[in-house]
Design a protein. Structure first.
Length: 313
């Protein structure tokens, strides 16, 4: 009996059609990779809390009218309590933590630490839903984390806090706290907002984060007007890296589940390094490209796109 061997391009196209969430995964990685660059520009001029508050506020202004036009207002009204709370966990606290961290460390290091989110997400899902990751997915998490650790060792600026070790330590801890918030929020979204339209979840979560950060941001508002560059960075953060990105993120949770959605953070450092090279003139080395390959392999395993030990038919 003969078998038909399909060309690799045809097989890849068929895989993409069978897993449409992969497009969302890559696009989301690109948007969130840019967010660290924009936060690094905006936070020093606005301050951590005002920058985070304006980011979610701009996103809310962008998303709420769009949600109402699409007729999802009733869905938000029905689930407003968990949506607002998840907004604090998934946007308000993490954005404030990262803006605080980026006052001390560089965007590459913050993006690398952000790649620990799937580890926290897997642990939270294990504890909450008793979902133990399969061997292939666990190996993918390990490989992905190893890739970002390799990237950090030479290109992410681990020495950035040498002039102030205590400040750098607090910055790293703030990043890890943000990652824990993301992990909890992903499982909470699955538990309490299953079936809610992604646009309603995204808009409501940004409203919740805005309400949470409004008063602290007003108290710590900047004493002088930030530059045009800082304002443009915040607008990009609010509209593209938050508004559009969270529509993709919640849709990804619906389509692929929280554990797979969180593996987008393996892609973020790759995009962050790329943006640094293009817009800041940072040098891309062969080591960075090799790390990118390792990270992509980790994503493929941890999302189930590639499975080890699959049975033959």
């Amino acid at each position: 009996m003969s078998s038909v061997n399909h060309p690799p391009a045809v097989a890849s196209a068929a895989a993409a059609r069978s897993k449409p969430w992969l497009v969302d995964l890559v696009l989301l990685g690109a948007l969130w990779g840019a967010s660290f660059l924009f936060m690094r520009i905006a936070a020093p001029e606005f301050g951590a809390l005002p920058a985070a508050a304006l980011r979610v506020g701009i996103a809310a202004v962008f998303l709420v009218p769009l949600m109402l036009l699409r007729g999802h207002g009733a869905a938000l009204a029905q689930h407003w309590k968990p949506t607002l709370i998840i907004g604090v966990l998934n946007s308000g606290l993490p954005f404030a933590f990262f803006c605080f961290a980026l006052l001390t460390i560089n965007s590459g290091l913050a993006a690398v630490i952000n790649a620990t989110v799937p580890m926290f997400g897997a642990l939270v899902a294990w504890a909450w839903f008793r979902e133990r990751p399969s061997g292939s997915r666990m190996l993918g998490l390990v490989i992905g984390f190893a890739g970002v650790a390799m990237l950090a060792s030479r290109s992410a600026g681990l020495h950035a806090g040498a002039a102030g070790d205590h400040a750098a330590l607090w910055a790293v801890l703030a990043c890890l706290a943000a990652c824990l918030c993301y992990g909890v929020a992903a499982s909470a979204t699955r538990r309490h907002l299953g079936g809610v339209p992604p646009l309603a979840t995204a808009a409501g979560s940004q409203l919740g984060a805005t309400l949470f950060l409004a008063l602290p941001a007003l108290w710590f508002r900047p004493t002088q007007m930030p530059s045009t560059q800082a304002w443009l960075a915040l607008i990009a953060l609010g509209v593209a890296c938050t508004g559009l990105a969270y529509i993709l993120f919640f849709r990804l949770i619906e389509r692929a589940g929280p554990a797979r959605a969180l593996t987008v953070t393996f892609l973020v450092p790759v995009f962050a390094v790329f943006y640094g090279a293009v817009f800041l003139g940072e040098h891309i080395t062969a080591w960075m490209l090799g790390c990118a390959v390792v990270i992509v392999c980790g994503v493929a395993l941890s999302t189930g796109l590639v499975k080890l030990g699959a049975t033959r038919r």
